[in-house]
Design a protein around this ligand. Structure first.
Ligand code: NAP
Ligand code: NAG
Length: 287
């Protein structure tokens, strides 16, 4: 590594730490009584977010497809201290359910402060074999339902000076094998919400948009897919969940969790061949 590269990396690191230290502090009290809708909250990171919001005394609506599981999560939220915990079963692959869920939350909570978009449809961790139908379906679940819900909620978030929190991925910033449909949906999210955020700023909107870039997180669904195949370390879902909540509450533009996803994002275009080498060598693949 040349001296110049070393200095550049060191200065970026220093700048990053400085930015982290000067970002506004998180006041847990700010979430007491906050009206929150969390999608994909029956399991994984969404479930953990529901529990954190509950402990912080928020009023929560959770959604996913499995009603029985949602009921159990909602009960646990109440026992943890949520002021309200309601659930609605919905399939984000349908045309009408995204609106139905937003309307339900608005009605039950009398408005909305945080729209936390987190759900994803299951998708295989395999090489692309031409399944266009699956990709269309995944686009609907992971992307189109997000923009539909955000648009529906936006006027109400304007009134409450609220926030849209989009859970994205390092795979929305950089590419990797075995996830072509999934990574497409995450790139789409980053592009769309990045564009919308410019427009809201130009309109002097009251609404903040936070885009959360996550690395590998130890949820059951993720671990099932990659264990034994990837060498990338997995980080705890409960910690990822808390970081997402803080990012939304402090109205930051982006979250990078764990921290090295930031380094990967800013360095990936400097030398595509080195990046490709690193990515391709982080998997165990023997044809
Ligand atoms: N885990 C990771 O390594 C990782 C890394 C980077 C980013 N992320 C992002 O973090 C977020 C959460 O990931 P996760 O690992 O916690 O996911 P997960 O455990 O697989 O949970 C997905 C959630 O979405 C719901 N869901 C699935 N299909 C749905 C549909 N058609 N309609 C409505 N809800 C549906 C699931 O519940 P039902 O089955 O009950 O519907 C579940 O609650 C995602 O946006 C993901 O892209 C995760
Ligand atoms: C922001 O909120 C104020 C009320 O607090 C409202 O008058 C204004 O119209 C809102 N801004 C937008 C762009 O809707």
């Amino acid at each position: 590594m040349g001296t110049f590269t070393k200095i550049l990396i060191a200065s970026i690191f220093v700048a990053y730490v400085a930015v982290k230290w000067t970002t506004p502090g998180f006041d847990p009290e700010s979430l007491r009584g906050a009206r929150v809708l969390v999608t994909g909250a029956s399991t994984g990171i969404g479930e953990q977010m529901a529990y954190h919001y509950a402990r912080l005394g928020a009023e929560i609506v959770i959604t996913a497809r499995r009603e029985k599981v949602l009921q159990q999560v909602a009960e646990k939220c109440l026992s943890l201290g949520a002021q309200k915990a309601l659930y609605i079963a919905a399939d984000m692959a349908t045309d009408s359910d995204p609106d139905k869920v937003v309307d339900f939350a608005l009605k039950k909570l009398g408005g909305l402060d945080y729209l936390v978009l987190n759900h994803i449809g299951p998708s295989p961790f395999t090489m692309w074999e031409g399944d266009v139908e699956h990709t269309k379906w995944l686009m609907k679940v992971n992307f189109l339902s997000y923009i539909q819900m955000a648009w529906r909620a936006l006027p109400f978030l304007e009134q409450s000076k609220g926030s849209v929190v989009v859970v994205s991925s390092l795979l929305g910033k950089t590419t990797s094998p075995f996830v072509a449909p999934y990574t497409s949906t995450k790139f789409a999210l980053n592009g769309f919400f990045g564009s919308l955020r410019h427009e809201l700023a130009m309109k002097k909107s009251n609404v903040s948009i936070s885009i959360c870039i996550l690395g590998l997180i130890d949820t059951d669904s993720a671990m099932e897919k990659v264990s034994g195949i990837t060498k990338v370390p997995a980080y705890p879902a409960t910690d990822a969940a808390l970081n997402i909540i803080i990012t939304g509450a402090t109205r930051q533009l982006e979250l990078y969790y764990p921290w090295f996803t930031y380094i990967m994002t800013i360095t990936k275009d400097w030398s595509p061949s080195i990046t490709n080498y690193i990515v391709q060598n982080s998997y165990n693949y023997n044809p």
